[in-house]
Design a binder for this molecule. Structure first.
Ligand code: NI
Length: 268
């Protein structure tokens, strides 16, 4: 059973065939998906998807590049939505200095604020961090993120940073980049990190693995990522799939029986 810990099926890239594609996932072994909000609007859509499809769960939050117009009332709204039984995490939240909009101060403010919200709600966080390794870690330490827990999605830093996040108890999200020719840094991280701290993700529609690099990604491509991890870790593919499934359950506080019960009800 494959768990996609980070997807964006609310994206317009899926407007033409969303229903058909999502319905085809269970037969391909994809038995759980966490759709991840990146704005208030996509958080709304993410919740709707999780109500529509039993294998879908929701992460609620605002991406660093989408937080320019956030207000304190929006935090109240997020808090209320997080009571939904399908809500399993706060995210994606973090810092992205690749795109310097909005400025660093604004990004840090809402990153801290959403970490605080996750701590109050006792939900794990999905962290997005790009070109902002040190500041991300500083904000997380300031908010005692080691007590919150979660995943560094699409991990893009080196081994030293991986050690810092692993020491805080975080999982590392591994996706299509693990198959890229120029993905050497990530391959080293995969080799270095314990298998019980890695989870699989697509970040679809982005980051399709080789040989589909540049095309629209979906959870159906995850076996290619599993192959890459299995090769690097010298493990059987089945083993990687199974351990990653268990890691994902721990990360999001879910149980296999609840997931399967939900999807068998749907088939009846
Ligand atoms: Ni994402």
């Amino acid at each position: 059973m494959i768990f996609d810990t980070h997807a964006h099926y609310d994206d317009e890239a899926f407007d033409q065939d969303r229903e058909e594609l999502i319905s085809s996932l269970p037969a391909a072994g994809i038995r759980a998906v966490v759709n991840v909000g990146a704005s208030l609007e996509s958080t709304r859509k993410t919740l709707a998807l999780s109500h529509c499809y039993s294998i879908f769960y929701a992460a609620l939050g605002v991406h660093p590049n989408e937080c320019a117009d956030l207000k304190e009332e929006d935090m109240d709204w997020l808090k209320l939505q997080a009571k939904d039984p399908k809500a399993v995490a706060i995210g994606e939240i973090g810092l992205d200095y690749h795109w310097d909009e909005p400025g660093e101060t604004v990004q840090k403010k809402w990153f801290s604020r959403q970490l605080e919200l996750a701590a109050q709600l006792k939900l794990p966080v999905v962290i997005h961090s790009r070109d902002a390794a040190k500041d991300t870690l500083d904000v997380m330490k300031g908010e005692r993120a080691e007590e919150i827990g979660g995943v560094i999605h699409c991990f893009s830093y080196g081994k030293e940073m991986a050690r810092e996040y692993l020491n805080m108890g975080f999982y590392l999200g591994i996706g299509g980049v693990a198959t890229f020719q120029n993905g050497k840094k990530l391959k080293e991280v995969i080799q270095y990190a314990p298998m019980d701290r890695l989870v699989l993700e697509t970040d679809c529609p982005y980051l399709a693995p080789v040989p589909y690099r540049g095309k629209r990604n979906s959870s159906l491509n995850l076996p290619l990522v599993i192959d890459a991890v299995a090769q690097i870790k010298h493990l059987e593919k089945e083993k990687v799939e199974q351990i990653a499934w268990e890691n994902s359950l721990r990360l999001y506080g879910l149980q296999t029986k609840d997931i399967l019960q939900g999807s068998s009800l749907e088939m009846e």
